[in-house]
Every structure is written in C-alpha cells, then in structure tokens.
Design a protein around this ligand. Structure first.
Ligand code: HEC
Length: 97
C-alpha cells in the first residue's frame, strides 16, 4: 500500500514536470532554455528569484499590473495563455530547471 502511494506521488510529480515543460515552451525564446538568459541586456535571469517572488510576478504580469523594465505589455501577452491555476506549476518548473 505504502509503495503504491509513493509510486503515485512519483507519477504525479513526473506529470507536473511534463506539464511545466509545456507551459515553459513559449518562454524559452526570451528567457533561455534554463531560464538563465539576460534578455535584451536588461532583464535579469528569472531563475535566480525565489519561488514566491516568481509566482507573484507572473500573476502581476498576467493582470497587467507590473511594468518593471518598460516591457510589461510583452509579458502580459505571454501570460495570457497560462491559466491562473497553472502559474504555480510553471514557477516550480522554472526553479527546477
Ligand atoms: C518576447 C519575449 C518574452 C517571452 C516569450 C517571455 N518573456 Fe518574460 N519577460 C520579457 C520581458 C521583456 C520582461 C521585462 C518586463 C518588464 O518590463 O517588466 C520579462 C520579465 C519576466 C519576468 C520578471 C523578471 C524580473 O526580473 O522582474 C519573469 C518572471 C518572466 N518574464 C517570466 C516569463 C515566463 C514564465 C514566460 C513564459 C510564459 C515569459 N516570461 C515569456 C520577455 C519575454
């Protein structure tokens, strides 16, 4: 029974990694395969911020309420395709890259 439970946790986490990869696919172009890229010499690597900050920023971009470097609308457009309930999956995926 215990093993079955562990196994299902393992499968669930595998699945959310897969899901994260799908969600992150569109971000690679600007933020890099490992979220390490410095975009237009201005936007710092998004991997280095802590998980809470990352999640919060993604939510705020989606709402259109931040514009930290003058490119907020670009990020708003990007976040339009990410459902609210998937933001935390995406943020965790980025931290694990
Ligand atoms: C077309 C290029 C582009 C794509 C694609 C893109 N971003 Fe961004 N991202 C930017 C720009 C430009 C900024 C700076 C926005 C601003 O002025 O606040 C930014 C900012 C961010 C920040 C905040 C950085 C900081 O230091 O405050 C995070 C987090 C982020 N993006 C995550 C993502 C995620 C997750 C995706 C995929 C859903 C994504 N981005 C897709 C260009 C992009």
């Amino acid at each position: 029974m215990k093993y079955l439970l562990l196994f299902s946790i393992f499968i669930t986490s595998l699945f959310s990694m897969e899901e994260g990869a799908v969600l992150y696919a569109s971000c690679k172009f600007c933020h890099g395969l490992k979220a390490q890229m410095i975009y237009v010499d201005k936007i710092p690597s998004i991997k280095d911020m802590d998980l809470e900050t990352l999640e919060l920023k993604l939510k705020l971009y989606k709402e259109g309420s931040i514009d930290a470097y003058g490119y907020g609308p670009i990020m708003k457009q990007q976040m339009k395709n990410i459902p609210d309930e998937k933001i935390s999956v995406l943020a965790k995926y980025i931290k694990n890259l």
